[in-house]
Design a protein around this ligand. Structure first.
Ligand code: 2AM
Length: 484
């Protein structure tokens, strides 16, 4: 046995990861249900490194050094379970099974537990960066036992992308932690993209700018605090001219956004954990609304749902609007990330993972879709205070959102006036105001709940739980045992 690591499942992600391992000097065993994929890889890329091709799972496993490191890169769901079931009888105590697919963290928790009972390590790992990242350096988010990371970490770190001398790969936490963090990463990606799309839509409608002019705006923004892969590709997409029609490509693309489901998982999980990740939720729902094509067509055809009369900005209204939108975008983005990191903390608390949030910001700086300079700021914030109650409380982020707030309100108010939907901008602002407000309307909600359901309430002026005898004499009773 001479292979350092094996990859089973050689569709594009698996193939590119296998090539990445081999290119970095690791002897890489190859297996795929359909043999042709193994043969093609060796024929096309065999010269890139040292590959060990196998025709069946048993010889694949036998070709691996111990502890064996087997990476599964098949379709998430049933296929992963099927491959695990086939693998387990062939493995020995201490071997490591890695799932690099986009698994739900609940599945990863279940699989980790099952394999642990067999004396095997199961590492569910997030791999971000798509095909390109898999080949040239992804961001890698491995979960599982600490012990397994000792044997696996160096290999993964060697293929991860490097930013300022630090690999974008680190141990995340036990069982489902890696896939959980990857899920939240994808949710944040949804929120970030939605906010950029709102900025684009609003500037286009409000100022009548062409896609090419807006590409220039985003290019300028990419030189400041907003510098990121997503802003960069926004400019590239807006600049693209359709060869067939001569129009901007963005104007011939159907405006119905699709989703593979990780954003939905993030929101479902956020609801269960009770974390207000409103930015991600609005982004997922905005995609759903865009995809409600029949309903949108029916509304258009009926023509009964009217909008405001003034559709664009003139004179003083237009002045400084581009910069105001930039500020609103940045502030909303900070909120979306703050919420995402709150969610990581909530998951970590719920499942006892002890995730290092600053380390997550660090490994997202390269390889993945949300890679950005900005993540350094998050890392610095958690370096200063690992127990920060909200990212918004860090000095840098507090002044970023506070300095933006006038622009933010102007932009949201303008969008409302123009009839341009900005659910991301406006919900982020509502979250900001909700968090900083001394007294919330929730006091009234508690009063209502006590009236119709005797759900009780606390008082601001003394300890205890109280109930008003609403349908009795209107007096108040203390309900908790300490008061009796
Ligand atoms: P295939 O080439 O034999 O189809 C993406 O679909 C990858 O997952 C492919 O490598 C595919 O193998 C593999 N895959 C899908 N379902 C599988 C299963 N049930 N067992 C093993 N491999 C599977």
């Amino acid at each position: 046995a001479r292979a350092d690591i094996g990859v089973t499942g050689l569709a594009v992600m698996g193939r590119n990861l296998a090539r990445n391992f081999a290119r970095n000097g690791h002897v890489t065993a190859l297996h795929n249900r359909t043999q042709s994929r193994v043969d093609e890889l060796v024929a096309q890329f065999g010269a890139e490194g040292d590959f060990v091709a196998s025709t069946d799972l048993a010889s694949f496993v036998a070709s691996l050094k111990r502890p064996r490191r087997v990476m599964i890169m098949v379709k998430a769901g049933k296929a992963t379970d099927a491959v695990i079931d086939e693998l387990v009888p062939l493995l020995e105590e201490g071997d490591i099974v890695i799932d690099g697919g986009n698994a739900h963290f609940d599945d990863t928790r279940r699989r980790e537990q099952a394999l642990r009972a067999e004396g095997l390590h199961f590492v569910g790992t997030g791999v971000s960066g798509g095909e390109e990242g898999a080949l040239n350096g992804p961001s890698i988010m491995p979960g599982g036992s600490k012990e397994s990371y000792e044997a696996l970490g160096p290999i993964l770190e060697s293929i991860a992308v490097d930013v300022d001398g630090t690999p974008c790969c680190t141990y995340v936490g036990p069982d489902g932690a890696g896939h959980f963090v990857k899920m939240v990463h994808n949710g944040i990606e949804y929120a970030d993209m939605q906010l950029i799309a709102e900025a684009y839509d609003l500037l286009r409608q409000g100022l009548g700018k062409t896609p090419a002019e807006l590409a220039e705006v985003f290019r300028t923004w990419n030189e400041g605090d907003l510098e990121s892969f997503l802003i960069e590709i926004t400019a590239t997409v807006l600049d693209k001219v359709d060869a067939e029609t001569g129009k901007a490509l963005v104007d011939v693309i159907v405006d119905a956004a699709e989703q593979k489901g990780t954003g939905r998982w993030t929101v479902q999980t956020a609801l269960e954990l009770g974390v207000p990740t409103t930015g991600i939720a609005e982004a997922v729902f905005a995609r759903s609304l865009s995809g409600s094509v029949d309903q949108r067509k029916a509304v258009q055809a009926a023509g009964t749902l009217v909008g405001p009369s003034g559709a664009s900005l003139t004179g003083a209204e237009a002045e400084g609007f581009v910069e105001a939108v930039r500020d609103a975008l940045y502030a909303s983005k900070v909120v979306a990330y703050a919420q995402g990191f709150d969610m990581i903390q909530a998951g970590s608390d719920q499942y006892g993972w002890d995730v290092d949030k600053g380390a997550m910001a660090t490994i997202w700086r390269g390889g993945c879709i949300i890679r950005a300079q900005f993540l350094n700021r998050i890392k610095e914030a958690y370096d200063k205070d690992a127990a920060l109650a909200s990212l918004l409380l860090d000095d840098y982020f507090a002044s970023a959102v506070s300095n933006a707030q006038d622009s933010w309100r102007r932009v949201v108010a303008t969008a409302v006036r123009l009839g341009v939907p900005v659910p991301g901008f406006s919900s982020a602002l509502a979250y900001y105001d909700g968090l900083r407000r001394e007294r919330l309307g929730a006091a009234l909600v508690q009063g209502q709940r006590d009236l119709f359901g005797a759900h009780t309430y606390g008082r601001v002026d003394k300890e205890g739980t109280y109930h008003t005898l609403w349908s009795g004499d209107g007096s108040e009773e203390r309900q908790d045992t300490a008061g009796q």
